[in-house]
Design a protein around this ligand. Structure first.
Ligand code: ASP
Ligand code: MG
Length: 450
C-alpha cells in the first residue's frame, strides 16, 4: 500500500531547495560519459541528491553470474573478469586527464578491487534456496561500484560530494528482488541521515535500485528501479523537482527504434504518464509517478547528450502537449482462449475461477475479451509460468492459445495512426475507447523495423 507520508510525517525543515537527479546506466557507461555527468552538474549551481545506476550493461552481467551460480553451481568467472576489467578500464581512462593524482588512483583501484573480492566471496555462500535473496546480494554490486567510482572521481576533480549508501536510507521489507518501501522508516532515515548531509554538501551521491531491510540486508526494487529510487527520495525530501537524464531528448510518442518519425512530448499530466506506463511504455518505471504526484513534484526527462534542451516535463497541471498519437508496442504476447468444457456460458462465477487462477500464477493481464462461451486473455509470454497455468486451467476448461503476438496500444489515436500500426496485418482482438485503441496482431511479417 502507498502512504503519503509528507502529510503524516513532515520532512525535517529544509533550509534550501533540493533537486533530485537520476543518471541511468547509459549515462555512466564510459569515462567520457562520466565526464559528461560532471559537465551537466557544472551547468547549474544547486543542491542535489544524485541517484546513479550501474554502469552500462553491468546489471545484466551480474544477473548472469547469479543465474549460473544458482542453477549450475558454477561461479561465472568469465563474466566476473569482464566486469572487473570494464570497471578498471573506466578508472584508467578517467585518470588519463588527471595525471598528478597517482596515489589517489591507486587508492581507488584498491578500493574497487576490494569490492570485487567481496563479490567473489559470494561464491562461498552456498547457493541458498532463496534465489531472490542471492540475487539482491550480488546484483546490487553494480550500483555500489558505479557510485564509489563516480563519487571518488568527482571529489578528485573538485566536485565536492558525499557518497551515501542507499541501504541505509531506502528502507524496505524483505521481499527480495521486488522489495516494498517502508515509507515511515525511509522518511525517518531521510530526516535523520540525509537532510543533515544536504546541509553540509551541495552534492550527495547514492545508488539507485538498492534498498535495505531493518537488519540492513541489501534488497533491490525491481529491474530499472533507479527511477523509483529517485522518486522515493524526491518525495521524502520534498524536492523542488526530479530529473531523469536519458539518451533521448525527452518523452517521445513512440520508440524511435520502431517508428521513423517521432515527436517529443513537451509536457503531460501525471495521470497520462501513469496510463502510458500501465500500457507498457518503458521510458519510466511504473512506480515512479505516484510518489511524485502525491507531493506535486515535477518530473523532467532530459537528454544527457543535449543537457541544455528542455526535454519533457510531467507535472500536475495541463493536458498533453502536443496531443499526437502515442504508440506503445509489446512483443511476445500470448492469447489464451478459455472455454468451459461443458460448453456452458462463460458466466461471472466461471470468470472468477479463471481470474483466481491468473492471480495464483501472478499473470498480469494486458487485454481481455469475453463472448458467450469463451473468455480470451492476453499477457506477456513466460515459459516458466505457462505450463503450470495451463495445467490448472485444463481441469475445467478447454484452452487454445496463440503465441508470438504483438499488442499495439495507441493513445490519442487517429485513423491514420491506426492504419500505420496495423499495416494490413491480421487482427486477433481490437478494442477502442475514446482515447485508447488497442490491437492484438499477428507477428509483423512485412515491414518490421527491428
Ligand atoms: N541497474 C538496474 C537495472 O539495470 C537499475 C536501473 O538501472 O534502473 O535494472
Ligand atoms: Mg540500468
Amino acid at each position: 500500500m502507498y502512504w503519503n507520508f509528507s502529510l503524516l510525517l513532515h520532512p525535517k525543515f529544509i533550509s534550501m531547495e533540493i533537486f533530485v537527479e537520476k543518471f541511468g546506466g547509459a549515462s555512466v557507461n564510459s569515462a567520457d560519459a562520466i565526464r559528461n555527468v560532471e559537465h551537466i552538474l557544472s551547468l547549474e549551481k544547486k543542491k542535489r541528491v544524485v541517484v546513479i545506476s550501474a554502469m552500462g550493461k553491468t546489471t545484466n552481467k551480474l544477473e548472469n553470474i547469479v543465474n549460473k551460480w544458482f542453477n549450475e553451481k558454477i561461479f561465472f568467472t568469465q563474466q566476473f573478469d569482464e566486469l572487473k576489467s570494464y570497471h578498471f578500464q573506466i578508472i584508467d581512462n578517467l585518470f588519463e586527464n588527471i595525471k598528478d593524482k597517482s596515489a589517489d588512483k591507486s587508492a581507488l583501484l584498491e578500493n574497487v578491487n576490494d569490492i570485487f573480492e567481496e563479490l567473489k566471496q559470494k561464491n562461498q555462500i552456498i547457493p541458498s534456496s532463496d534465489y531472490n535473496f542471492l540475487y539482491d546480494s550480488i546484483v546490487s554490486f553494480g550500483e555500489r561500484l558505479s557510485t564509489v567510482i563516480i563519487s571518488s572521481y568527482l571529489n578528485l576533480v573538485g566536485v565536492n560530494n558525499k557518497l551515501v549508501y542507499a541501504y541505509e536510507i531506502i528502507k524496505t521489507d524483505n521481499n527480495y528482488r521486488d522489495a516494498n518501501i517502508d515509507w515511515l522508516q525511509t522518511q525517518n532515515a531521510v530526516n535523520e541521515k540525509l537532510i543533515p548531509l544536504t546541509e553540509e554538501y551541495d552534492l550527495i551521491i547514492t545508488q539507485g535500485f538498492v534498498g535495505g531491510t531493518k537488519e540492513n540486508l541489501t534488497t533491490t526494487l525491481g529491474r530499472e528501479g533507479s527511477d523509483y529510487s529517485a522518486a522515493i527520495l524526491s518525495h521524502c525530501l520534498l524536492a523542488k523537482s526530479m530529473s531523469v537524464w536519458k539518451d533521448v531528448p525527452g518523452l517521445l510518442n513512440a520508440d524511435p527504434k520502431r517508428v521513423e518519425k517521432t515527436v517529443k512530448i513537451v509536457s503531460m499530466p501525471y495521470t497520462e504518464a501513469v496510463e502510458l506506463s500501465y500500457y507498457g511504455a518503458s521510458i519510466i518505471h511504473p512506480k515512479t509517478i505516484k510518489p511524485l504526484e502525491n507531493a506535486k513534484i515535477p518530473l523532467f526527462i532530459k537528454s544527457f547528450l543535449q543537457p541544455e534542451e528542455k526535454g519533457t516535463v510531467i507535472c500536475d497541471s495541463g493536458s498533453v502537449n502536443p496531443i499526437v498519437p502515442n504508440f506503445i508496442f509489446k512483443d511476445n504476447q500470448i492469447l489464451l482462449s478459455i472455454m468451459p468444457k461443458d460448453l456452458s456460458f462463460a458466466t461471472e462465477s466461471r470468470l472468477s475461477e479463471i481470474f483466481s487462477l491468473l492471480a495464483k500464477h501472478k499473470i498480469k493481464v494486458n487485454m481481455m475479451q469475453n463472448s458467450a462461451i469463451s473468455f480470451s486473455v492476453c499477457f506477456d509470454e513466460n515459459l516458466n509460468i505457462l505450463p503450470a497455468l495451463l495445467n490448472d486451467l485444463e481441469k475445467d476448461f478447454s484452452v487454445r492459445y496463440n503465441e508470438g503476438l504483438q499488442l499495439v496500444t495507441i493513445r490519442h489515436y487517429t485513423l491514420d495512426s491506426i492504419n500505420k500500426a496495423i499495416r494490413g496485418r491480421r487482427i486477433l482482438i481490437e478494442q477502442k475507447s475514446r482515447i485508447t485503441a488497442q490491437y492484438l496482431l499477428n507477428k509483423d511479417v512485412k515491414t518490421s523495423n527491428n
